[in-house]
Design a protein around this ligand. Structure first.
Ligand code: A3P
Length: 275
């Protein structure tokens, strides 16, 4: 925040905690952290660093909106606050709760090719198990039902990637214009054009430049430059190597997702080159 105040020459003005103007509602493993951190490069954007889990967690929700506001960072009145909690996208009660807080809040959804996202999701869980020295199932056994040989839609990592289904539930509360879909695969390879689209959606002037992002070949990702002296890459928990998955299972999943993807393109007006 200090960098930001310095950059915007804001020496006066009262710092306040504002409810979010925009929420990154998901998708888990879509690149939600990278999106939040990159948007935070913008002088007019302030982020809640932690996932707040206000709307998806009944205990937190019961603490009330004043509690939620107190979880928000300090900002100047002209700045906008953004929070991200990827569980929001797939949690049934969340759309209505967000609607009740602010029916005109802007909603950001970052997606990746669904099968890759499911494997990324699995990889995160696998790492957690390994850290506790526990064994875990292979992706193939979880993603495919052993008796029917069909895609196992009970497996959460599979279900989360059915983007159209989740989005349809959100559309019961918000018009489609209130959502902006970010291409998480492009955010990895070429982030700036995606960030420009988000700036436009949030009605922000261009505030993130090419100088703010540089490719770090050791990490294999773009990292963030806030000023000449301050830059950072995302934590090592982002960009884990994925396990090799049986190509027949990959085909099965891609085939399974295809109609849902078509639906998602149709609803959002954003087409991806997903297989
Ligand atoms: P993988 O770990 O599968 O590579 P989330 O923050 O929603 O959990 O998403 C994590 C994903 O963000 C990572 O998935 C990674 O590929 C992606 N990502 C996008 N841009 C990144 C960046 N600049 N640095 C690190 N990871 C990035």
């Amino acid at each position: 925040l200090l960098h930001k105040l310095r950059r915007s020459n804001a020496t006066t003005g009262r710092l306040i905690q504002q409810l979010p103007h925009a929420v990154i509602i998901g998708v888990r493993k879509g690149g939600t952290r990278a999106l939040l951190e990159m948007l935070n490069l913008h002088p007019a954007v302030v982020k809640a660093s932690q996932e707040v889990h206000f709307f998806d967690n009944d205990h937190n929700y019961g603490r009330g909106v004043a509690w939620y506001r107190r979880r928000m960072p300090f900002s100047l009145p002209g700045q906008i606050t953004i929070e991200k909690s990827p569980a929001y996208f797939v949690t049934e009660k969340v759309p209505e709760r967000i609607f009740r807080m602010n029916l005109s809040v802007k909603l950001l959804v970052i997606v990746r090719e669904p099968t890759t996202r499911a494997i990324s999701d699995y990889t995160q869980v696998l790492e957690g198990k390994e850290r506790k020295n526990k064994t875990y199932h292979s992706f193939e056994t979880l993603a495919v039902d052993s008796s029917t040989r069909e895609v196992n839609t009970k497996y959460k990592a599979v279900r989360t990637s059915v983007y159209a289904k989740h989005l349809e539930h959100w559309l019961e509360f918000f018009p489609v214009q209130q959502f902006h879909v970010v291409d998480g695969d492009r955010l990895i390879t070429d982030p700036l054009p995606e960030l420009r689209l988000v700036e436009r959606f949030l009605n922000l002037a261009h505030g993130i430049s090419r100088d703010n992002l540089y490719f770090n070949s050791t990490r294999g990702f773009y990292c963030l430059r806030f000023s000449r002296r301050f830059s950072k890459c995302l934590a090592g928990s982002k960009g884990r190597p994925h396990p090799d998955v049986d190509p027949a299972v990959l085909d099965k999943l891609r085939h399974f997702y295809r109609p849902f993807n078509q639906k998602f393109y149709q609803i959002t007006g954003r087409k991806f080159d997903w297989p």
